[in-house]
Structure formats: C-alpha cells, structure tokens
Ligand binder design. Structure first.
Ligand code: ATP
Length: 941
C-alpha cells in the first residue's frame, strides 16, 4: 500500500503542478496511471484531505433573513394598526375609560405578537427552505468516472481525492483540479474561474511548462467549477475541495436557485392591492361617518371600525400556507423521482401543455442489444442476452464462425476500438460503464472476438474525433499491431455514427474477398436496408474505416473522416419503456401533447412514437435537415402538427421551443447534452436527465429526472396540478372568509348597530386560527382523481380565473348575509333575550363555525362532499375538530373569554349559531349541484 498520509500541499513542491513533468507528478502523487489508486489508499486520503466539497459563501445572514420578513407591506400595515389601536387605548386609559378587569393594549399586543409570530414563522420557513435546497443540491452533485484498482468506476464527485485518475467528456463539470494525461479535442469553458467565456483548448504537456503561466494559460491543467464543452480527457487530480483554485478564491458555486414563484410574486402584488384597498376603505368610512354626523364626535368609533376592517382585509395566514404547500410539493415530487432545482417549477409544472421528450433512455429503456448486423454481402442475426459477451451470429438460419467473414471481422474490430465504454460483471449481471450504445457494440464485438479485452491494448489509440450530437459520429485512430515497419499506411481510422452520414463519407465497401467500389445501386441498397431496420424501431449505426499514413490533428476531422470503406450496419433494439404507454394516455387526457425530439433516424423515431401512442401513421414528422430549410415563421405555422422530430441537433431544439412558445404553448423539454443547455433554459420547464445527463444540462434545468423516465415528467406535472389546485382551494377558502368579515363589519354602522361586531383581536383569531389551520389541511389534500382530465392552467391565467374571484365575492356575500340575518333577528326579536354583547359573540362564533363547513366543502369545486372519501384527508378532520373546540374554549373558559371579550352563550344561542353556520356548507354544496346542472344543460345544447 502507498503512503496515504502524504501531503500534497503545493508549498512542499519545488514547482507548481503545471510546470512539473507528468512522470514526476505521478511519482509525487504516488499513483500508477494504468491502475489508478487502490480503494484503501483512496479511503485514507479522504481522511487526510476531507470530502471534495467547496464551502460556499455565507449568503444572507440569519439576521438579514429575519429582518427581510418585516418588509412585507401587509405586516407593515398591521404594525400601523397596532400603533393606532395603542394610542386609542392610551387615551382611554388617561381618561379613565377602562372598566376594571379589562385589559388595556390587548389589541396592540395581540397584533404585534401576530406580526412577530408571522415574521418568525417566515424566518423558520426560509431557513428551512435554504436547508432543503442545499440538500437538493447535494443530491444533484455530479458523478465522476475514476480509475481505481485498475477498473473504471463511477463515484460521487465529493469522494474524489488527490491522485485519482478522472475521465471527462463533453458536458462534464470538473470537480477537482488536475493535470491532463490525455486530451482529445478537449475544450473547456473556464468562465466560472477566469471570467473568460471563450472555450480554452486543452492539451497534454508531458514535460510541463518551462515558464510561469497565468491561470487561463495553464493549458495542461483542468480546474474545479469549469465545464467540458467538447472532446474527452483524462487527468490526475492534484487538488480537491478548498485546496483547488476555486476554493482559493472561495467563489460561491452556482447552485440550486431559490426564486419567488409566480404565485408568490402575485401574492406580493395582491398584498399591495389589499393594503391600498383597506386604506381607501378606512378613509371612506371615517370621512363618510363624520360627514353624516357633521362633526368628529364619532371619530373614535369610526377609527375602531376602520381598524377592524384593515385587520380583516389582510389574509395573515396565507403566506405561511403557500410556503408550506410549495415545500410539500417538492417533497411529493422527489418521492416520484423528480428533483426540483428551481422552486417556481413546483407550481408552474401544472401549466405544462406540451412535453418535448428525447427518445433514447426517456421513452426507451436505454438497454441496448444488437440484433442485426448487415454487411453489403450478408445479413446476420445476433443472439445473446443483455450486455453479456456471449452469443452467436446466425446467417440464413445457421450459426457461423464470425472469423469466416472478413467484412464482419473488420466491422467487429471497429465496434471494439471505436468505443469508450466498459463492461463489467456485477452479481452475475453484465453492466455498462459509459454509453449504453457503445456497451452493446462492445458486447457484440466480444461475441465475435474471444480475446476482445486484449485487442484495444494491442491497438494503441493514437487519435480520435469524439462523438457529439451535431457530428452524429465518432472516430478513433490506431496503429495496426500486425503492420510491418515498411508499410506506408500503418494507421487505421474507424468511424461509426448515423448511417447516412457515414455512408456519404465512404467511396468503397468491404467484402469477404476484398474492397470494392461503392456504386449508386449499392448506396441505395444500404439506405433501404437502413430504413428497413429503422422501421422495426431499431437504432442503427453505420461503420466505416480507412488507412492513413499520418495521424491527423484534432482539427482535421472533416478531411480524415472521408474516402472511407463501408463496413456495414448494426441494428440494436432499445425497447420502449412499457409504463410510458399509460403515461402518454394520461397526458393526452390532461390536454398535454407529447412530442419526440431525437437525434435518431426518423423511421426509428416514428416506430417508437407509434408503439407508445405518441403518433399514428398519419402524424407529421420533420427531420433536422427539413427544419433547417424552414424560416422561423414557417416553423411556427407547422409546429402544432408535428409530433416527431428526428435527426435533430441541439440548436434545432431551441428553435422548436421558441416556435411552440410563440404559439402560446407552455413547454417542458428534456435534454442531456452540453449543447442542450440553451433549449433547456428557454423552455418553460427545462428537464435534465439524472442518470445520463451531463452536469451542464443539469445546471441549466429546472428539474432533474432521477430515473430519466418520461413517466416521471407526467407524474411531476400531475403533482404540479395538485399543488396549484390546492393553492386555489385554500385561497378561495381564506379570502372568501375575509370578504365576509369586511362586509359584516361594514354592515354594522349601515344598520345603525351600536358597536362594531368584531374586535381586531377576534378577527386576527379567525384569520390565523380558524382560517389558517384548516387551510393548511387543505394544502395537503391528495390529488383529485380527475386532476389529469382537466385542461392545464395557463400561467397567464390569473389565480382568480375560472370563476375563483367571483366565488370569493359570492361566498363573502353569503357569509355577510348569514351574519347580518343573525344580527337582524337578534335585534328585531327582543323576546329571544339576546343582549348586545351576546349577539357580538354569536356573530363571531357563527363566522368561525361557518368556516369549518366551508373548509369541508372547499375540498372540491365540482364534487359533493358525500362523493369524496371523507377520511382521505385526515388532517382536515383533525383541523376542523380542533378549531371548533378552540372556538368553544374562547366562549366557555373564563380567562379566554375575558381576553377575547366574548360572552357566555346559552345552549340555545349556541344552537342558533350552529344552525346558521351550516347554511354556509349547504350553500357551497348547492352551488356545486347548480354548476353541474348548468353544464349538463349546456352540453345537451
Ligand atoms: P435522443 O436524442 O433521443 O437521445 P439519440 O441518442 O439517437 O437520441 P444523439 O445522442 O444526438 O441522439 O445521437 C444522434 C445519432 O448519433 C444517433 O442516432 C446515432 O446514429 C449516432 N450516435 C449515437 N451515439 C453514438 C456514438 N457513441 N458513437 C457514434 N455515433 C453515435
């Protein structure tokens, strides 16, 4: 075992890493470049150097978070109300206006207490939200491919230690500093570190630089926090965590963002409207009141009325309920494998009406098995299971020895060499580390080459042109070990990729007996066979090769990858995910249009789309080439009809999103590659793949699919709708009651009643306890069964749309009618013996109890309470029971009675309150019946 306590502090070195030769670096870091570190050494180094995490900047201080809470305009208004109420009490006290036993400054203290509690609650929520986001960020921390114990393994980025050998490719985000051991067209964006946006081309420098270089010029090094835009590389880690360059400058890594959701923004606006409205009401009440009497004698009374109204208008409990609902939404989504990165997505997911999905891995299983190989001379069926390197090649019904066919042999060699994946057997099952497409090709090659693990070592890899979604191909250049020294063409380039592209770059083809010229007829036949395989839903790759006299440079891909010899087609099955079919049905019922956008062949895409129900035989499809010929306005006119986009590149995705959005669509789009980032950012909901996605795509997304599955998008959309529906439910519930309170208070002076029916303290009690607690329970209401059968909510649609605003006003009026009737009866029938104090308590109790009935009925806007499973939301039952008992406690427990200025009610009076309260429940249920009747009539017409 190596000495693990070795310190890699740069102060112990003579030269910085970038000036040191690779040999020395490996020596210093005590690592074998062929084997990597062993597990034990890595563990010990982890103890010495700690986990590889950048400690982020402090962000907002706790004090700042607390102070921010008191900037809410509604809370500021409450503070003003508290002060005015305090001044009134103070003058009363000075004038001896307080009765013995009564409690001066009660309203002031209560209101200020509410302000403080609200502030503290907000503070706790925000601190919790920050913690939750930090936890989410940890979950989305990148995975890294490292060489350990001679095997390539995938580990958590934070477990990387100095001396580890790490592999990176386009889309990787660097999580450690290191010196490059290999670089194939490696281009890295270092803007996070240097501020320079243009990518830096990195290269290996065996001896190290001889002169001093600034950070941006250390071309043989890679740094934490930067991103690979192109190519592939391998480096040895020299620094992790806070010892990295990024750690040194202690820049905060861009992470999960916490933003206000559209709803939170709208609620802030609502706050402004309510506060302005209440100021207007206060002024009106005072001015009209004084004008009626002609002097200021009623001023104090009018101010009291106004204060009560101001308190009644503010929905004190609402912000807390909204925060809780969104938090619960993210948790529910994570349980269904959707990780939310930006909070607004929780709510806006419910508005999605178009889902643009990749095919490979999202709609299909991404478990590839090669089924067919076709050279121009022969077709072979391939047997075997999964990625196991065992199976036969069947030609015309008989197993053949693959060595007997020269073209097949060369094609299998291409599969083996033009490949970056590895196969490993874990608990008897063969698994791929790397790209599943390449894993399948490796398994195929292994079936034809008994010594398949030896071949890549004998064929030294001397150059490569990596794969990208734009190029749709990749090549490697190796030296044939059997070539003799005198040969001119000692290097061979193997190229694989989309068959049309590879074929266009071939002039000849390989047969069993030699190389032949490719005639037009041959090309047609190859393309026909390609289409034939694609129509079966197979993913098809084409292969070619050529011999070279020199190793091309990394910029020469276009000239090197041409004049090739065609080898053949490989068709692999990537079966559709069975569960997606149901998800597609669900989507369509929910008014959501699924669209496939894939880099694959149009026939393969269409076959899969038809299999899953996304398209039928008549559905329009469009290829990347066709799309390029269309102007943006032309694309906008047809985008509504096309459900399959094939052979597209990432920049096409951006155009598609834009066209859909111009058509008023609210688009969720998936992406995994580094170049998908702009489309993901542009989409209303950008969705990255948790397993196969690059770090860059995750960084740009709003949501990450932990299982890469289309079904998860639909599940998240459903949860988004539940969140939105529940928010609407409790808003209608809370604001309906507020309107009722205001109208009740306003009615008192109009009916010439002697005093204000509700004190500010009682109103606060209602808004926070009797409204707030059941509202919280409504927030956790499970999904209604038809939530995915309604049309989606457009984000432009106001939260009060679809009748909600009207409902609030209507319910408010019903509340007021109930309480005003109660007041009228109490006054007009003195034989009932209800004195002034008792009827005030009755109004207060009736309002609170009506809200209980309202809460039960508000669970659904369309279905009767009797039709709902009563026990599905046990929280609501507890909330209603608990709040009713608390309300009774305010009347029947003496100290509380004194404090809240209520009156002991007789059983008859309580029964009257109960009777009036049930009217609210009855009304809401009757409304549902009326709405149903109205809609059925309309449908009949
Ligand atoms: P999707 O966009 O649905 O994920 P895809 O994997 O086919 O589908 P890309 O990754 O953009 O999309 O690949 C485009 C095409 O490039 C593929 O259809 C295939 O022909 C070719 N291709 C894919 N992977 C490789 C690879 N590792 N090497 C060479 N060519 C590849």
């Amino acid at each position: 075992m190596r000495d693990s306590s070795i310190s890699f502090d740069s102060s112990e070195q003579h030269l910085p890493w970038y000036q040191t030769s690779i040999r020395k670096i490996l020596e210093q870091l005590q690592v074998d470049p062929q084997l990597g570190l062993d597990q034990e050494t890595a563990q010990q180094r982890l103890l010495v150097h700690g986990t590889n995490e950048i400690q982020e900047g402090k962000g907002r201080s706790q004090w700042k978070i607390l102070l921010d809470q008191f900037q809410d305009i509604m809370l500021l208004m409450l503070i003003v109300v508290a002060i005015v109420s305090g001044v009134l009490d103070f003058t009363d006290l000075r004038n001896g206006g307080f009765e013995s036993g009564s409690f001066p400054f009660k309203d002031t203290i209560a209101i200020l207490a509410i302000v403080v509690i609200n502030g503290v609650l907000g503070f706790v929520q925000e601190s919790r939200a920050e913690k939750a986001l930090a936890a989410l960020k940890k979950m989305s921390s990148p995975k890294v491919r490292v060489l350990r114990d001679g095997r390539i393994q995938e580990i958590d980025g934070k477990m990387v230690v100095p001396g580890d050998i790490v592999f990176v490719e386009a889309g990787s985000q660097l999580c450690a500093d290191g010196v490059l051991l290999e670089a194939a067209n490696l281009q890295i964006r270092e803007s996070a570190l240097t501020g320079e946006a243009t990518p830096v081309v990195k290269e290996v420098n065996v001896g190290g630089f001889t002169t001093e270089k600034s950070l941006g010029d250390r071309l043989n090094m890679v740094f934490t926090g930067t991103e690979v835009l192109k190519g592939r590389g391998k480096f040895v880690v020299t620094a992790t965590a806070m010892a990295t360059e990024l750690g040194n400058i202690a820049t905060m890594l861009q992470g999960v963002e916490s933003e206000d959701t559209p709803l939170q923004k709208r609620m802030a606006q609502l706050g402004n409207v309510l506060v302005t409205g209440s100021i207007v009401i206060v002024v009106l009440v005072v001015v009209i009141g004084c004008w009626q009497v002609g002097n200021l004698s009623r001023l104090k009374e009018l101010i009291e009325v106004s204060l009560s109204m101001a308190v009644a208008v503010v929905p004190e409990g609402l912000p807390a309920v909204i925060t809780v609902t969104l938090a619960i939404g993210t948790q529910r989504m994570v349980k269904r494998n959707a990780l939310i990165r930006k909070l607004p997505a929780v709510e806006t997911l419910g508005s999605v009406d178009t889902i643009c999905s990749d095919k490979t891995g999202t709609l299909t299983q991404n478990k590839m098995v090669v089924q067919e190989v076709e050279t121009l001379d022969h077709a072979f069926r391939v047997t075997g299971n999964g990625y196991a390197p065992a199976g036969d090649f069947i030609r015309r019904g008989e197993a053949i020895a693959p060595q007997s066919d020269a073209a097949l042999q060369q094609l299998l060699l291409g599969c083996l060499l033009c490949n970056d994946a590895n196969l490993s057997q874990q608990e008897k099952e063969w698994q791929v580390i790397g790209d599943p497409t390449e894993g399948a090709l490796l398994a195929l090659a292994a079936k034809g080459h008994p010594h398949y693990t030896e071949m890549p070592k004998q064929w030294q890899r001397l150059g490569e042109f990596p794969f990208s979604s734009e190029r749709k191909r990749m090549s490697v250049i190796g030296r044939n070990p059997q070539d003799t020294e005198g040969d001119e063409f000692v290097y061979e380039l193997f190229c694989k990729g989309s068959p049309e592209i590879i074929l266009a770059r071939c002039l000849q083809y390989q047969t069993n007996s030699g190389i032949q010229k490719l005639e037009e007829g041959d090309r047609r036949e190859i393309l026909q066979r390609n289409e034939h395989l694609a129509q079966r839903g197979l993913r098809v790759l084409g292969f070619g090769y050529r011999r070279l006299a020199e190793i091309p440079t990394s910029q020469d891909d276009d000239t090197a990858e041409k004049d090739m010899v065609w080898l053949g087609l490989v068709g692999m099955l990537d079966a559709p995910r069975p569960e997606v079919r149901d998800a597609v049905v669900k989507c369509k019922a929910a008014g959501i249009r699924p669209i496939i956008i894939t880099g694959d062949h149009p026939f393969t895409a269409k076959a899969i789309a038809q299999n899953l129900g996304i398209a039928d035989a008549n559905t329009k499809s469009l290829t990347g080439i066709e799309l390029e010929k269309l102007s943006q306005p032309e694309l906008e006119t047809i985008v509504g009809d096309v459900s399959v986009y094939a052979r597209v590149s990432p920049e096409h995705k951006l155009r598609i999103v834009q066209a859909l959005q111009t058509n008023g669509r609210f688009v969720a789009m998936t992406g995994d590659g580094v170049n998908d980032a702009p489309a993901l950012k542009k989409a209303d909901i950008g969705i990255a793949m948790g397993i196969t996605g690059t770090d860059v795509s995750k960084e740009a997304s709003d949501m990450v699919l932990l299982d890469d599955n289309f079904t998860t998008i639909v599940a998240a959309t459903e949860e988004g709708r539940v969140v939105f529906t529940n928010i609407r439910h409790f808003i209608q519930y809370i604001l309906g009651s507020n309107v009722g309170e205001v109208l009740t208070i306003a009615a008192a002076p109009l009916l010439a009643l002697p005093t204000v029916p509700l004190s500010p303290l009682q109103i606060l009690w209602m808004n926070l306890v009797t409204d707030g607690v059941p509202a919280l329970a409504l927030a956790v209401e499970p999904a209604e069964p038809d939530v995915m059968e309604r049309r989606p909510f457009s984000p432009q649609e106001s939260i009060f749309a679809r009748g909600l605003g009207f409902y609030i006003v209507r319910v408010g009026i019903v509340f007021a009618i109930i309480t005003i009737s109660l007041m009228m009866i109490a006054f007009n029938y003195p034989e009932l013996g209800i004195d002034a104090d008792s009827w005030k308590t009755m109004v207060f109790t009736t309002l609170c109890l009506s809200q209980m009935g309202h809460a039960i009925a508000a669970r659904s806007r369309t279905r009767l309470t009797l039709e709902l499973d009563f026990f599905r939301n046990p929280y609501l039952i507890w909330a209603v029971l608990g709040t009713t008992l608390l309300q009774l406690a305010l009347i029947y427990i003496a100290p509380l009675r004194n404090f809240f200025e209520t009156q002991l009610l007789t059983m008859t009076q309580l029964a009257i309150c109960l009777g009036f309260s049930t009217l609210m429940f009855v009304w809401v249920e009757l409304e549902k019946l009326l709405i149903r009747w109205f809609f059925s009539k309309r449908q009949q017409k």
